[in-house]
Design a protein around this ligand. Structure first.
Ligand code: FE2
Length: 466
C-alpha cells in the first residue's frame, strides 16, 4: 500500500494517462500501470502534473512592504533602493518573519516549493538575515529556501558590506551575492566580483550576483563574473541575475559574451516582471524594455531561469508570487512565442531554475522527491496561457495546498454555457510527442499549430467549449 497515487496525469513532456506512485516522500513508480493501491488517491482528470515551480530570484526581506513608509513615485530602481534605506531602520525581526511566512503561504498556493531569496547584509544588526534564517527552518517541510548574502549598498561601497556579508555566511547563509554595478566605479565592480568569487571558492559556496542591472550598454560586470568563474573552477555554480544591460549592449560584443558565459557554465536569471517596469526609465521613445536576452542565451545553450524578484515592495507594487505570471511576462517581452520557445519558458520556472539552485531530487522520475503540482491545464503552454488554479500542491507525498477547479457559467445569446477557455481541436498545439525530451529538444511545428487552430475557430457552432 503506497502513501499516495496521482492518477490520469499529463506530464510536461506530453505523456498522458500516467500514474505516479509515492511512498516515504519519494516517487517510487511512474507509468501507465495503475494497479497499485494507496492510502490517498488523487485523480488528476487529464490535467497537467508538473514538478513544482522554482523561484530562482526573490527578495523576501522586503516583500509585502508596499507603501511603507511611502510609495515609489518615480517607479525607478534607484528610488526603490532609497526607499528601502528609509524603511530598514524600522523593521523588526518579528515583522520580517511574519511577512516572509505570509509570502511563503502565497508561494505554496501557487505551487512554488523552492525559492532563492537574496537578503540584505548591509545592516550592522543583520536583523533580516537572522529573521530569514529562522523562516528557512520554520518552512523547511514545505519550501526549500536558499538565502543569498546580498550587499544591497555595495560590497565595497558600503562601510558594512564586507563585514556584513562575512558574518551572514558565518551564520549559515547559503550563497555568496554581490551587486557590482552599484559599486562606485566599473573597476570597483570588477574588484568586488573578484573578491566575492574568491570567498565562494574558499568556502565551497554557490554564487548569485545582481549583475549589470542597468541600461548602460557598457556595463561589463558579467564578463568579469564569467572570467572569475572559470579562474576559480566555479563552473556550473554561478548565477548572473538580472543582466539587463545585455538588452542594450552592442550585438557584436554580445556575440563574444554569450559563448564566454557558456564556457563558464553560468546560469542567467531574468526577472521579467520587475525589469520590464524598472528599465528604460531614462528613455523617451523608443523605450528599451531591459529584459536580458533570454532567446539568444537559450539558443546558445546557456541555462536560463526566471525569478519573481519582488512582490509588493519598494520596487514593485503588484504580484501574488505566481511563477506563471513571471514566465508569461518573459514570454511576451522576449518574443518567445514559437511552440518550443513557449515550452522553454515553462522550463525557466521549473527544471532550469532547479538546476540553478542545485536542488537535490527534483523532477518526475522514480527516486525523486514526491513534490508535484496538479494544474487545471492540459500542457505547459496551456498553463502559461491560462495561469490556472493549482488544484493540488504535493510536497514529499503530502497535499499542502488545494484549490477548487474554476469553471465559469456564462449566459450569452439565450444560452447558459459552462466554459473552460479551450477550443475544440484534434490535439493540443503545445503537447510534445509522448516520450519526447525537454522543451528544448521537442519538435516545433508552428504552421501545424496555425492550421489546427484556424480549423477549430471556424467551427460553425458550439454549445459547450472544451
Ligand atoms: Fe533582485
Amino acid at each position: 500500500m503506497l502513501d499516495l497515487i496521482v492518477r490520469n496525469a499529463v506530464l510536461p513532456d506530453g505523456r498522458d494517462a500516467i500514474t505516479i506512485g509515492c511512498e516515504n516522500g519519494r516517487i517510487v513508480s511512474l507509468g501507465r500501470e495503475a494497479g497499485a493501491e494507496a492510502r490517498r488517491v488523487i485523480d488528476a482528470g487529464g490535467c497537467l502534473v508538473s514538478p513544482p515551480f522554482v523561484d530562482a530570484h526573490f527578495h523576501m526581506d522586503s516583500t509585502l512592504t508596499y507603501g511603507r513608509p511611502r510609495v515609489n513615485r518615480s517607479g525607478t530602481l534607484l528610488e526603490g533602493i532609497e526607499l528601502w534605506g528609509e524603511l530598514k531602520p524600522s523593521l523588526t525581526h518579528e515583522e520580517i518573519r511574519e511577512r516572509a511566512l505570509e509570502l511563503c503561504r502565497w508561494a505554496v498556493a501557487r505551487g512554488t516549493l523552492a525559492i532563492r531569496s537574496h537578503v540584505d547584509v548591509c545592516d550592522p544588526s543583520l536583523r533580516a538575515v537572522k529573521a530569514l534564517l529562522e523562516v528557512r527552518e520554520l518552512i523547511k517541510a514545505e519550501i526549500d529556501l536558499q538565502l543569498v548574502a546580498f550587499p544591497q549598498d555595495g560590497f565595497l561601497r558600503s562601510p558594512v558590506g564586507e563585514t556584513g556579508l562575512t558574518k551572514a555566511l558565518d551564520l549559515g547563509v547559503d550563497v555568496v551575492g554581490g551587486i557590482p554595478h552599484f559599486e562606485r566605479t566599473m573597476a570597483d565592480g570588477a574588484a568586488s566580483v573578484e573578491r566575492l568569487c574568491r570567498i565562494a571558492a574558499d568556502r565551497g559556496l554557490l554564487v548569485d550576483m545582481h549583475c549589470d542591472e542597468t541600461d548602460d550598454p557598457h556595463s561589463r560586470n558579467v564578463e568579469v563574473l564569467a572570467r572569475e568563474t572559470i579562474r576559480h573552477g566555479l563552473q556550473g555554480r554561478v548565477v548572473g541575475s538580472h543582466l539587463t544591460a545585455m538588452h542594450s549592449m552592442d550585438n557584436y560584443y554580445v556575440s563574444k559574451l554569450i559563448p564566454l558565459m557558456h564556457e563558464a557554465a553560468m546560469t542567467a536569471v531574468a526577472n521579467p516582471l520587475i525589469n520590464i517596469t524598472l528599465q528604460g526609465r531614462h528613455d523617451t521613445y523608443p523605450k528599451r524594455r531591459g529584459m536580458t536576452r533570454i532567446k539568444e542565451l537559450l539558443a546558445d545553450g546557456v541555462n536560463v531561469a526566471c525569478g519573481h524578484d519582488c512582490v509588493m515592495d519598494p520596487w514593485y507594487p503588484l504580484g501574488s508570487h505566481d511563477m506563471l505570471d513571471v514566465a508569461h511576462m518573459g514570454l511576451h517581452v522576449g518574443h518567445m512565442t514559437g511552440d518550443a520557445e513557449m515550452r522553454a519558458m515553462f522550463d525557466c520556472v521549473t527544471i532550469n531554475a532547479a538546476r540553478a539552485l542545485h536542488l537535490d531530487g527534483y523532477g518526475l522520475q522514480p527516486g525523486c522527491w514526491a513534490d508535484v503540482v496538479v494544474l487545471q491545464a492540459d500542457s505547459p503552454v496551456d498553463a502559461l496561457r491560462l495561469r490556472p488554479a493549482r488544484l493540488a500542491v504535493i510536497r514529499r507525498g503530502r497535499v499542502i495546498a488545494e484549490t477548487s477547479r474554476a469553471v465559469p457559467t456564462v449566459q450569452l445569446a439565450g444560452k447558459t454555457t459552462q466554459i473552460t477557455f479551450h477550443i475544440k481541436q484534434s490535439s493540443p498545439p503545445s503537447r510534445s510527442a509522448p516520450g519526447a525530451g525537454t522543451a528544448a529538444t521537442a519538435p516545433e511545428d508552428p504552421e501545424g499549430w496555425k492550421r489546427r487552430t484556424r480549423g477549430a475557430v471556424s467551427a460553425p457552432e458550439r454549445s459547450e467549449e472544451q
